[in-house]
Design a protein around this ligand. Structure first.
Ligand SMILES: [Zn+2]
Ligand SMILES: [Zn+2]
Length: 346
């Protein structure tokens, strides 16, 4: 088969590799029909994720068809169409028993394209197939469910649910990349009074506006808009969807007393926590990796037409054009790429 293989910082190729084989009783082999590229894959390619070693197949978001299952697999069978998610779950450890699959200590968590070979490939080995795959309803297309592999549950769980967005809230979303936009879509399920998206990039503000948010370019503009909407109190919820110190601090400045800051961004550097001004405001700050416990719920929301994930696709490629797709996605500033969809032919 062919796959996208990481060869160290800055180096990747679409190349022939051995077909994956069942290695554990709970494994399934899945023929990938659709996959996509994540901002995290770009971080890996910069060398920011040293756990990813040369020779690793990249990718952690896909839809495919089961071709083979190990003898221990009970609920997934050959021919099933399944969603492969960024998070795998052993289903047995303390955290999996609590639905905190992102924290799995039994061999799951974020493993695809990280600790084991990923899904930007013609075939993938899927550990814990019973507890880590989601059956795709026949009436839904690959494109309708593909982004449920990562950005939608991430924006929803780590942004909207951790932030406890309530009807009537004013929600600030700092950063309008794919995850910030996913947080906007998720927040809208709770009928907030207003969502204010803050992003310096014009194309991203356009997206945020199309997704139903008010937009602001600078922190000052955002503050003025939120003051106007909240009689000067500040946002009820601020979602950080960038992952740099400035945007985290901005969230803590935009929040009202008693409000909630939900950090979604992946931080590479320490950020300052201004406890000297925050302590008296009773602000709650949450962080975390997605658990994907909401994936079945989001699948129902998509089937019911409450969420339309196909809006994220800006570019389409054949699976074997993966390197071209990476180039388009990496140059999002010029190409305005949000999500690129790669589809296997035939
Ligand atoms: Zn991802
Ligand atoms: Zn586990």
């Amino acid at each position: 088969m062919h796959a996208v293989v990481y060869h160290g910082p800055g180096e990747k190729s679409w190349q022939e590799v051995p077909d994956p084989k069942i290695a554990d009783d709970g494994d399934a082999i899945v023929r990938i029909t659709s996959t996509t590229i994540c901002g995290t894959d770009l971080h890996i390619l910069k060398g920011d994720v040293p756990a990813v070693t040369p020779g690793r197949i990249l990718g952690h978001e896909a839809v495919g068809t089961v071709t083979e299952t190990g003898p221990g697999v009970r609920t997934v069978k050959q021919g099933d169409r399944v969603l492969l998610s960024c998070i795998s779950a052993c289903g047995r450890c303390r955290f999996c028993r609590e639905g905190r699959y992102g924290l799995c200590v039994g061999g799951g968590g974020w493993i695809f394209g990280h600790l084991i070979d990923g899904v930007q490939a013609e075939l993938a080995r899927v550990p814990f197939a019973d507890t880590s795959t989601y059956q795709v309803p026949d009436e839904l297309t690959d494109e309708q469910v593909l982004y449920l592999a990562d950005i939608l549950p991430t924006g929803y769980e780590v942004g909207v649910l951790n932030g406890h967005v309530q009807p009537g809230d004013t929600v600030a979303v700092v950063g309008s990349g794919p995850v910030g936009l996913a947080a906007i879509l998720g927040a809208r399920l709770y009928s907030p009074a207003a969502i204010v998206a803050i992003d310096p990039t014009p194309a991203r503000r356009d997206w945020a506006e199309k997704f139903g948010a008010h937009v602001a370019t600078t922190p000052e503009q955002a503050r003025a808009e939120i003051d106007r909407l909240t009689d000067g109190l500040g946002a009820d919820v601020a979602v950080e969807a960038v992952g740099i110190p400035q945007t985290f601090e901005q969230c803590t400045e935009l929040i009202r007393p008693g409000g909630r800051v939900a950090n979604v961004g992946v931080h590479g550097k320490p950020a300052t926590l201004h406890l000297e001004s925050l302590w008296i405001k009773g602000v709650t700050i949450t962080t975390g990796l997605v658990d994907t416990f909401s994936t079945p719920t989001l699948l129902k929301s998509v089937a019911a037409g409450q969420i339309d994930p196909t809006r994220f696709t800006t570019h389409r490629f054949a699976l074997q054009e993966a390197i071209q797709a990476y180039d388009t996605f990496a140059r999002a500033g010029e190409t305005n790429a949000l999500k690129v969809m790669l589809t296997a032919e035939g």
